[in-house]
Design a protein around this ligand. Sequence first.
Ligand SMILES: CC(=O)/C=C/C=C(C)/C=C/C1=C(C)CCCC1(C)C
Ligand SMILES: CC(/C=C/C=O)=C\C=C\C=O
Ligand SMILES: [Fe+2]
Length: 562
Amino acid sequence: MASLALSASGVNLNKAVSGKFDDFRGGFSFSFGSVTTNDSSFAKKRNTAIVSIATQPPPGVVGNPRTGKNDETKKLAAWTSVKQERWEGELTVEGELPLWLNGTYLRNGPGLWHVGDYNFRHLFDGYATLVRLRFENGHLVMGHRQLESDAYIAAKKNNKLCYREFSEVPKQDNFLAYIGELANLFSGASLTDNANTGVVHLGDGRVVCLTETQKGSIIIDPDTLDTLGKFEYSDTLGGLIHSAHPIVTDSEFLTLLPDLINPGYLVVRMEPGTNERKVIGRVDCRNGPAPGWVHSFPVTEHYVVVPEMPLRYCAQNLLKAEPTPLYKFEWHPESKAFVHVMCKASGKVVASVEVPLFVTFHFINAYEQTDEDGRVIGVVADCCEHSADTTILDKLRLNSLRSYSGEEDVLPDARVGRFVIPFDGSPNGKLEAALNPDEHGRGMDMCSINPDFLGKPYRYAYACGAVRPCNFPNTLTKLDLVDKKAKNWYDEGAVPSEPFFVARPGATEEDDGVVISMISDKNGEGYALVLDGKSFEEIARAKFPYGLPYGLHGCWVPKKSP
Ligand SMILES: CC(=O)/C=C/C=C(C)/C=C/C1=C(C)CCCC1(C)C
Ligand SMILES: CC(/C=C/C=O)=C\C=C\C=O
Ligand SMILES: [Fe+2]
């Protein structure tokens, strides 16, 4: 059992933070909260530790009733709309940032959950808030800014929801308008372009914010967070939706386009410097009325792994004005679950197996298994698996996230689900926990790996786990998938965002680097946190001028060499 001691040092942000504000003025009811930076008791309030979850008694978690809008009370900022349109300034760093850490960590996520007096219902509905941490020679400059999607601009202008978000549908004044809106749904015109899920750094240097609608692909300037315009796909592949998480490397962009008419998926590839996706191949669904939801998928060095989850897109739910318990999806256990493997070079499906039922948002990584002669005999694919329980989707409703009492254990169990897909023609693949889920408190999501190990055998992953009771993953967790152990960082009452691994230039060991996260703490404040990739101990933190909303996924933009 490990329960490591705490360290603390003070900071007075009144002196430390030099910030630039750009108050939002318009039809939106943003509150113009003044920035509360004078908090010399910050250090005293600190209570963080690396804990062994299996042996630590569950700590109390602070209550969190929130409205959709900001107020000045000190509550968790994670589920609260961002205070203002933008801010930029240097932060005071406690501890020491490695001097090799030069570049920008960008994080995207839904950060504004109301239009006028209307409050959105689901975490995924919020308008995209971009946060930028620029690391330079031991210094850290933070900036945040709203993404200027058409959906956001229209909401600001008209003071009402104008596009279909994840769970929200614009209200129509009359029957004719209702019919018009439905027609626009089929053409895609009424779908949101609110690219609030992730942000990727393409091999050609462009930085693109993404969501699950294809029109929600928006180019930004990583230095200013300016919205530069739509990323227009120049091909004629059509379709309205894609996986929220493409696989992006210096040499390619791979994604899946679900086909809702003839259930299946197109596997497509785009080269740096182009906007044209080319088809690698097509996977036909094995069963069910529609393709399974593909929020993400993994790749190995030579194969694309296509999951067919029994949580399937649902055309009827798409047409409904009010959200259903599974939103735009439907659970079809009778349709079973499958995993398909496509060869990247030939587009041929080399394996298609039935697997146990599963629910996942995020794949972690995948790799090839070889025999003693080096022949590929199968693939292993790991994901954050929610025990085939779809209730996780409804647990991400803002009411549920905001109304946590701190006492009940609300978060459904999750694990590192490891698929083993044989290439020998067997009809079934395996799905088992890669390590005992008690190692990470049976919470598991929001993962990253060392990108040099993408598609290759790997040992370490970073994710969020749980110290229970809780209603959302509340630890940063380093998973050792070889020793089957986890190290957990925990700050009582806080919500950390996805731990993002940045490798030290020239590193030869997989975990030689740092892990960056942004924390919403129980006092309503927040800070950037940098952990050592190996020891998983804190090496630096920097307090934000005010707490920021929860963010989903990020990317690293290395500093350009002069
Ligand atoms: C934030 C996140 O992780 C997921 C966002 C998903 C969105 C915005 C999905 C939107 C959709 C529609 C507006 C209609 C079509 C179906 C679907 C792709 C779910
Ligand atoms: C926040 C989340 C999914 C985000 C998608 O991009 C999942 C959280 C799961 C909790 O266990
Ligand atoms: Fe995601």
